[in-house]
Design a protein. Structure first.
Length: 264
């Protein structure tokens, strides 16, 4: 893992997950559009997400369940025997990385290892959307990339895909308001391209017209009502839609018609 924590950092944003929603925090961080590191702490576990140009380029974790060997075994890329063998070798050679041992002993090719590391990094990012409690902090500052395996995940894609993967999104969906709440579209086509929106997701977005209620949109959408609701929440976080403000009762709007020139 890069020694990014050894560089001086300026914390620009800090919040508690119990009081704030992670997707909304990530969007706030995204607006900075500067190099930096998101640090997420829960108990003894520290997960870091490295950002550059509004995209995630790397992630790391101190949780052994997120380690490369455990991930490769969990996803069926190496067997239990291969994992135990290389894990034992690593205990006797702490200067060697698990990936190096897998290649040296012919267990994985460099290409297969690289693909596995990329998926492992993504899994660290997605795992944060399962956290209900913890502290999130964002610090601005450059970091060393020489030892990193880089990925490229635009932050707005991270938010949408992370919300879709969240094991329990009830608390997130509750932030949308009552089932009678109406939303109106404010998206631009270039937004949808950056998010890499798929056709069914676009179909759901087009149901938001400022007239249909949240309940109507969720029941008419292409996915299950619960899945539609969590995606609508992501759209709201991403500023693709916004709550429609109802007109104040008792206010009468007058339309004035101009008199034709020369009358009087």
């Amino acid at each position: 893992m890069p020694d990014a924590d050894q560089q001086p950092r300026r914390y620009q944003y800090r919040a508690e997950l119990g009081q704030n929603a992670l997707p909304e925090m990530l969007y706030t961080v995204y607006l900075h559009r500067v190099p930096g590191v998101i640090e997420c702490i829960q108990g003894e576990v520290l997960k870091r997400v490295f950002l550059r140009d509004g995209a995630v380029i790397h992630a790391s974790s101190t949780d052994r369940q997120d380690s490369l060997g455990v991930f490769l075994h969990r996803t069926g890329r190496i067997s239990a025997e291969q994992f135990a063998f290389t894990d034992k070798l690593r205990a006797h050679s702490p200067d060697k990385r698990h990936g190096e041992l897998l290649i040296e002993h012919g267990i994985l090719s460099p290409q297969k290892l690289y693909e596995g590391i990329q998926e492992q990094i993504r899994s660290v990012v997605w795992s944060l959307f399962a956290w209900q409690m913890g502290e999130v902090a964002f610090s601005i500052g450059d970091f060393e990339e020489s030892d990193m395996v880089r990925i490229y995940l635009p932050m707005r894609q991270v938010i949408l895909q992370g919300v879709k993967r969240a094991p329990d999104a009830k608390a997130l969906v509750a932030r949308l308001g009552r089932k009678e709440t109406q939303f109106e579209p404010i998206w631009k086509t270039e937004d949808l391209i950056e998010i890499a929106m798929e056709e069914p997701e676009l179909e759901l977005l087009r149901l938001v017209d400022g007239k249909r209620s949240l309940y109507d949109v969720c029941t008419r959408g292409p996915f299950s009502p619960a899945e539609n609701a969590r995606i609508i929440y992501a759209y709201h976080v991403l500023h693709l839609i916004r709550r429609r403000v109802a007109e104040r009762p008792g206010v009468v709007k007058l339309r004035l018609r101009s008199e034709p020139a020369g009358t009087g």
